[in-house]
Design a protein around this ligand. Structure first.
Ligand code: FAD
Length: 469
């Protein structure tokens, strides 16, 4: 049980967890089950970005967009559907209900957890072992602990673009609260948030223009995969401007957003009804007063950690997006596993050699596991590349969704699979199959020769790896 030293009004815990994100939530209960007294401080809502503003709401709305898309394609399957109307208020209601149920489930689990005190308020350091919390009811409290875990996540990055303060603009959170389908959505940024939302609103019925500064969308991916993504998005009717910089923005006389851009053909103006700014995210560290504890940061304020997620200050850890690097829910959850193993299970877990996996939820999905071809070459591997269009996959043809490509990168010396990009129907699931094979150190020949059920998407891995013969 936490001890209160009355004179100083300081409550002492074994651990203070700041931010109820995807790492601290499970960590709070794991520590409490091990007998620690735990204070979990959350300033807004439990579950963090993923449940409230990220994965859950966006994937719920993307599901509605896919239904609209498939309904429009009904005739391709011999099914007549009539005209398709999207009611964005009902799409939003469905999204709000799912978020609400996930959030309240999370909150209930925490409130019922013995040994966890959930404090709704904003935390900041006042020393290496001390935290002050502005509780949401207006009071302030002072906590101390030997161990402190920072899991405060990120928020959308704002853009220093002349005129932006004078026009209405949306970010990844507010765009999901629109009650009407925008007539023409301008999307600044061609990262995964930009392409997912761009395609989603196109399917709801908007005109969509994506403005991307660099030469490809999804700049972390191999150029050939990014080209395939662009082909799919353009086929869906999305305009994509590459190598194009936003210069300034204003509202024109008709109330439209006029975005001045500088592209390969010089300066021009793109007009739309709404502007979504999706130019990346920044860490939530500015209110944490990290200096009071002497915690080192880097680049935009990300917390510096070692491979065991320890900061430079003994006893203070950072987990999830706030430490920088790949920002995904499963990465944050895996950070929790590392800390749990090292603190509670006498383990020696680290982020070294952690194989990255993620899915970009465009449709068809881009499932990614391990290294890209470019990364593998940069690391000095002698690389072989297996590549096969989805139009060679029986399952994809049968369900009439043959867009995309399967690609796998293999170490020519050892036949080990180094990475994969599966752009195609259920690409995230197929990439997960490859990730499991990589975990078991299977050579590509094992997948080439594996008996897999016909006609599934996984079965296509036989043919994918046969392209290496
Ligand atoms: C639109 C969108 C879509 C996404 N889709 C996916 C996806 O499909 N798959 C995927 O894996 N990832 C996705 N992500 C990323 C994913 O949401 C994050 O990587 C994930 O939530 C991990 O975050 P976290 O655990 O680091 O912290 P978060 O979940 O961001 O939680 C941090 C918490 O800390 C709280 N906090 C901050 N400062 C303080 C403070 N001073 N005091 C108290 N509390 C504080 C915040 O209120 C927040 O609740 C998406 C993100 C966005 C924006």
């Amino acid at each position: 049980m936490p001890m209160t030293e009355r004179d100083e009004e300081v409550t002492k815990y074994d651990a203070i967890l700041i931010g109820a994100g995807q790492a601290n939530n499970p960590l709070s209960t794991a520590l409490a089950e091990a007998g620690w007294s735990v204070a979990l401080v959350e300033r807004e809502h439990v579950g963090g970005t993923c449940i409230n503003e990220g994965c859950t709401p966006s994937k719920t709305m993307i599901a509605s967009a896919r239904v609209a898309h498939m309904a429009r394609r009904g005739a391709n399957y011999g099914v007549e559907t009539g005209s398709i109307e999207v009611d964005l208020t009902r799409v939003r209601e469905r999204k709000r209900n799912i978020v609400k149920s996930f959030r309240s489930g999370n909150r209930q689990r925490l409130e019922e957890a013995e040994g966890v005190d959930l404090l709704m308020g904003e935390a900041r350091f006042i020393g290496p072992k001390s935290v002050e919390v502005d509780v949401n009811d207006g009071s302030t409290c002072h906590l101390t602990a030997e161990k402190i875990f920072i899991n405060t996540g990120q928020r959308p990055r704002s853009l220093d673009l002349p005129g932006l303060d004078d026009v209405p603009s949306l970010n990844s959170t507010t765009v999901m609260e629109l009650g009407e389908v925008p007539e023409h959505l301008l999307v600044l940024g061609g990262g995964y948030v930009g392409v997912e939302f761009g395609q989603m609103f196109r399917r709801f019925g908007s005109e969509v223009t994506i403005v991307q500064r660099s030469a490809q969308v999804l700049s972390h991916e191999d150029a050939d995969i990014a080209e395939e993504v662009i082909d799919i998005l353009r086929e869906d009717g999305i305009e994509i401007l590459l190598n194009t910089d936003a210069v300034r923005v204003e509202e024109d006389a008709q109330g439209a957003v006029a975005l001045h851009v500088d592209g390969p053909d010089g300066e021009s103006v793109v007009k739309g009804s709404h502007l979504l700014v999706a130019v990346g995210r920044v860490p939530n560290t500015e209110h944490l007063n990290l200096e009071a504890a002497g915690i080192e940061t880097y680049h935009h304020g990300y917390v510096k950690v070692n491979e065991r997620l320890e900061t430079n200050v003994p006893g203070i850890y950072a987990l999830g997006d706030v430490k920088g690097g790949p920002a995904f829910t499963h990465v944050s959850y895996d950070d929790f596993r590392i800390v749990r193993a090292n603190l509670l299970e006498d383990g020696d877990a680290s982020t070294d050699d952690r194989t990255l996996i993620y899915t970009v939820f465009i449709d068809p999905q881009l499932g990614r596991a391990g290294l890209t071809e470019e990364m593998a070459r940069d690391r000095g591997y002698d690389v072989r590349v297996a590549r096969m269009p989805m139009s060679h996959v029986a399952r994809a043809l049968e369900v009439d969704e043959p867009r995309g490509v399967m690609k796998a990168v293999v170490d020519a010396e050892t036949d080990q699979i180094l990475g994969a990009a599966i752009l195609g129907l259920e690409g995230g699931e197929v990439a997960s199959v490859l990730r499991v094979a990589m975990m078991g150190n299977l050579s590509y020949t094992a997948l080439r020769d594996a008996m897999l059920p016909h006609p599934t998407l996984a079965e296509a891995l036989n043919n994918l790896f046969m392209t290496l013969e």
